[in-house]
Ligand binder design. Structure first.
Ligand SMILES: NC(=O)c1ccc[n+]([C@@H]2O[C@H](COP(=O)([O-])OP(=O)(O)OC[C@H]3O[C@@H](n4cnc5c(N)ncnc54)[C@H](O)[C@@H]3O)[C@@H](O)[C@H]2O)c1
Length: 438
């Protein structure tokens, strides 16, 4: 039997569709009271977009760097500041309904799991978590707490991705035989480091211990971790796969209803003990679905300047590959889905008279607010985003044990025969920062 995301997750889908445990904003005139954790960088735009909903009221902003409140304060003045999300949660108690999590990746699960345990709805940035195990726990906790969730890969709701998904679903290029996805960035391209640099003084504004959170103690160094450049480090981020996998593979997952891969294998350049490889290729094999041809579907990811052979996509002479995106190879044509632009169909002659039915954009942020207020469902909830993130982060497990085909036992969260790889499914938590299994 073909295993689809739907069949694999059937039981927990049913659980998630129950009513939320807490809807303190059920009164049609009341607001959804939200706190933000991580208030600058992507957090600033998350809070701006969520806060543009008429029924959102912010009741707390948390950031470990006091210099990072200035911009959000201009948009939403008078909201209380906090540096430790745990203290904010306990101080506010029942006075908040929902949490926007926009911290660096290594802290997503710590913040979001505690939020959900408290019965709060969660909007959490991509990748949903830093490890495969955490992605599983997030999905289970969301189902158990019956809260409304949304991962922050907002392009999921954009017209460009929705249009590509619809074309594939409509069978415009027939059943899919292979997918190639790429992003040209390098895994340690922001710092170009392969080991921690000499330490430097911690800025007065920054609580470095809280920034580290679940991660082991290490010396602060300017400009290489906070802000933004934590992406390069295995301890905090996920390299190019972590940064872009949940964006670029999202329309692939949605269109084809993918779930857990059967196998994953990676090869790379520049692997070291601290930062992500400069370039890599990750090959997944997924079980076939209603939208694919045959029993299995190969999906290949390329980064660091590696690209799929354009001939694989049968692109016409002079046709450039997008800077980042996917090629869906179908029985009856090829669809290139750029990240982020309208899909293109090939061969050009075959589709010259074909009019692409552009799908409207949805408001990714407001959809979550509406779900929390009204009990409706989001399309990018943790039931969907959990398995997508698991698959993305399995790529990062494979890249640490290169040139080996790993079989994935999704139900058991194991890589049979490869304890060396299995240890990368989860991380060590600093004492006092452990995340409890659901
Ligand atoms: N969806 C997208 O298009 C998109 C784009 C960029 C970033 N992101 C994601 O957003 C998240 C943040 O990325 P960024 O580029 O904004 O990083 P950043 O380092 O620039 O900003 C993170 C913010 O969180 C704060 N912070 C760090 N640890 C914290 C903690 N424990 N508690 C409270 N605040 C904390 C920082 O001080 C900073 O203000 C990441 O998960 C990233 O992958 C998503």
């Amino acid at each position: 039997m073909k295993t689809t995301r739907r069949t694999f997750l059937k039981s927990s889908v049913a659980a998630t569709l129950g009513f939320p445990a807490i809807l303190s904003a059920q009164n049609p005139n009341s607001n959804l009271q939200i706190v933000g954790v991580g208030c600058d960088g992507k957090g600033l735009s998350d809070l701006k977009e969520v806060g543009s909903h008429a029924r959102v009221k912010y009741v707390g902003f948390c950031d470990v760097d006091s210099n990072r409140f200035a911009k959000i304060d201009q948009l939403f003045p008078g909201v209380g500041h906090h540096s430790d999300f745990r203290e904010m949660f306990s101080k506010l108690g029942k006075a908040f309904d929902a949490v926007v999590v926009s911290t660096p990746d290594h802290m997503h699960a710590a913040v979001a799991m505690e939020s959900m345990r408290l019965g709060k709805h969660v909007y959490c940035q991509k990748p949903l978590t830093h490890t495969v195990w955490e992605a599983r726990q997030m999905r289970l906790q969301a189902a158990q707490s019956r809260v409304r969730t949304q991962m922050g890969n907002q392009i999921h709701s954009a017209s460009e991705y929705r249009t590509g998904v619809k074309l594939i679903r409509d069978g415009v290029i027939g059943k899919i035989t292979a997918v190639h996805s790429w992003q040209r960035n390098s895994g340690n391209g922001y710092t170009k480091l392969t080991s921690p640099p000499p330490s430097g003084p911690v800025p007065d504004s920054l609580n470095w211990d809280l920034w580290l959170g679940v991660a082991a103690q290490r010396e602060y160094a300017p400009k290489v971790y906070h802000p933004f450049n934590w992406r390069d480090w295995q301890e905090f981020g996920g390299g190019t796969m972590g940064d872009f996998g949940c964006h670029i593979l999202d329309p692939v997952f949605t269109a084809l209803e993918l779930g857990s891969p059967l196998t994953v294998r990676a090869e790379n350049e520049g692997l070291n003990a601290h930062t992500w490889p400069t370039a890599e290729t990750v090959q997944y094999v997924f079980p076939g679905t209603a939208y694919t041809k045959g029993q299995t579907l190969p999906v290949t990811w390329y980064d660091g300047g590696r690209l799929p052979d354009r001939l694989l996509g049968q692109l016409p002479p002079g046709q450039e590959l997008a800077r980042a995106g996917s090629l869906f190879i179908g029985e009856g044509g090829v669809l290139m889905q750029p990240h982020v632009a309208m899909p293109q169909l090939f061969p050009v002659e075959k589709f010259s008279g074909f009019s692409i039915d552009k799908q409207p954009a949805l408001n990714h942020y407001h959809a979550w607010v509406e779900a929390a207020l009204n009990g409706t469902e989001t399309t990018d909830n943790f039931e969907y985003a959990g398995p997508l993130t698991e698959a993305v982060l399995l790529g990062n497990v494979a890249t640490r044990i290169p040139n080996v085909t790993l079989s994935w036992n999704a139900a058991a969260l194991s890589l049979p025969g490869h304890p060396d790889a299995e240890r990368f499914l989860r991380r060590n938590y600093r004492e006092g920062w452990e995340i409890k299994a659901v």
